[in-house]
Unconditional design. Structure first.
Length: 63
């Protein structure tokens, strides 16, 4: 099982969230469970190769 970090906040009684690796792609849910399912769906879409020019956050080791 793979683990991904995500960020969420509540706005107007909805939860808004995104994967830390893909901060430009956000989703929402009425409950935390729904938000997490939507985050899993968006992760699948973003890593499928079907969406062109996906922006990612990564790490770079210098030195």
């Amino acid at each position: 099982m793979e683990t991904k970090r995500c960020v969420d906040y509540e706005e107007d009684r909805m939860l808004i969230g995104w994967l830390e690796e893909f901060p430009d792609y956000r989703t929402q849910g009425e409950t935390l469970d729904e938000l997490r399912e939507n985050l899993k769906d968006i992760y699948g879409e973003l890593t499928s190769g079907r969406i062109p020019a996906v922006h990612r956050i990564g790490e770079l080791v210098i030195g």
